[in-house]
Design a protein around this ligand. Structure first.
Ligand code: NAD
Length: 338
């Protein structure tokens, strides 16, 4: 590669990074994206590819090294004790197989010996719920993964989220999950907005994000928001469940009164993962909420800890995305926007 070629690549990379920064701001802070997700994903992959081919151009501030966007300042800041990261994506079966191979190599277990927890990838936004002595004391957005926003007042209006835990709960536990809007809730809300000449949202994800970041929680209270829990953060006193399993932890969350997606399953082989993906893909349109893929997590918490994280995502989980439907949703959404 000549010096001029190299300068061109560096320039292209910088301009792509600037575009992605802008799209992140629109998506996470304003909840008003200006491009479809598929377009964002395509540019993101191009940046990843250039960075892989030219490690000398790597940068800490690249969007590939970061999660979400820092808080915009309207809410109090919350520091996450355990970072809230993103997920790596697989866009086809080969990428999914490569992921399973990587996990197998890193963990020293044969692919057949690995158990997985499969969860539909809900298209909403991640929140952290902190319970002390069983009471919900704080709720926060993911933000940039390290610092989120305190949205406690808004989250308290979501009926699916218990204000008190049930049964034998730990002194302190952080629950993570997705706030989302069902399709029916979204349609009803837009119908109402249209009838009153108000702003209509492009899709349930934007509607959920916009609703959670309202400064007046009375507005949030009127929005049909729902919630499914999918992970635990800090737990005090720290305790090990007998079988050291992510799936088991989700059952524990359910016992404490937190809703967990009924489609969640523990799977014992990679074939079962592909079957699950196909099955959920077929029923995708009949599900009451929008999903954009399936998240596969290594079920063993011990192995999860051994594998750890890379810059912005855990090594033990992947979002196996469905082929983009969003171009269409997007066009419909744009027609709606007023
Ligand atoms: P992501 O949405 O690809 O994956 C991580 C998120 O998945 C988590 O934070 C959580 O909110 C969610 N999730 C849903 N179900 C889950 C489960 N069972 N377990 C764990 N997490 C679960 O990552 P991201 O960093 O939030 O967003 C990146 C994606 O957002 C991009 O791939 C792109 O499609 C979209 N995006 C679009 C624009 C745009 O301008 N259109 C801008 C930024 C991002």
């Amino acid at each position: 590669m000549t010096e001029t070629d190299h300068a061109d690549v560096a320039q292209r990379l910088e301009s792509l990074r600037e575009r992605l920064d802008q799209y992140n701001y629109e998506y996470y802070v304003l909840a008003q994206p200006s491009v479809p997700d598929a377009e964002y994903d395509r540019l993101f992959r191009e940046v990843q590819r250039i960075e892989a081919e030219h490690p000398e151009l790597q940068s800490d501030t690249s969007p590939t090294q970061r999660v979400g966007a820092p808080p915009a300042g309207a809410f109090a800041e919350v520091l996450h004790e355990v970072p809230m990261l993103s997920l790596d994506n697989a866009f086809d079966a080969d990428e999914m197989r490569a992921f399973i191979r990587r996990v197998s190599e890193r963990s020293g277990e044969s692919p057949e010996a690995l158990a997985w927890c499969a969860e539909p990838k809900l298209d909403g936004l991640a929140v952290s719920l902190l319970y002390e002595q069983g009471k919900l004391v704080r709720a926060a957005t993911r933000g940039d993964g390290y610092q989120g926003e305190d949205i406690s007042a808004n989250v308290r209006t979501i009926r699916a989220i218990p204000l008190r835990l049930r049964g034998h709960f730990p002194e302190r536990v952080e629950v993570r999950g997705e706030v989302f809007m069902t399709r029916a809730g979204f349609e009803a809300m837009n119908e109402h907005a249209r009838a009153h000449g108000e702003k209509v949202f492009a899709n349930p994800r934007n509607a959920a994000a916009g609703s959670l970041r309202q400064l007046d929680s009375r507005v949030t209270a009127k929005r049909p928001l729902s919630f499914y829990a999918y992970a635990m953060g800090t737990v005090v006193p720290e305790r090990r469940l007998d079988d050291d399993s992510h799936y088991q932890r989700l059952q524990q969350l359910r016992e404490w009164g937190l809703p967990v997606c009924p489609e969640v399953q523990r799977l014992n082989s990679s074939e079962a993962c592909f079957d699950y993906y196909a099955r959920i893909g077929e029923k995708r349109d009949q599900l009451p909420y929008e999903i954009d893929g399936v998240v596969f997590k290594l079920d063993s918490i011990g192995l999860q800890e051994d594998l750890g994280f890379v810059s912005r995502a855990p090594r033990w989980a992947i979002a196996f995305k469905f082929p983009a439907q969003e171009q269409l949703t997007w066009l419909r959404g744009v027609d709606f926007q007023v």
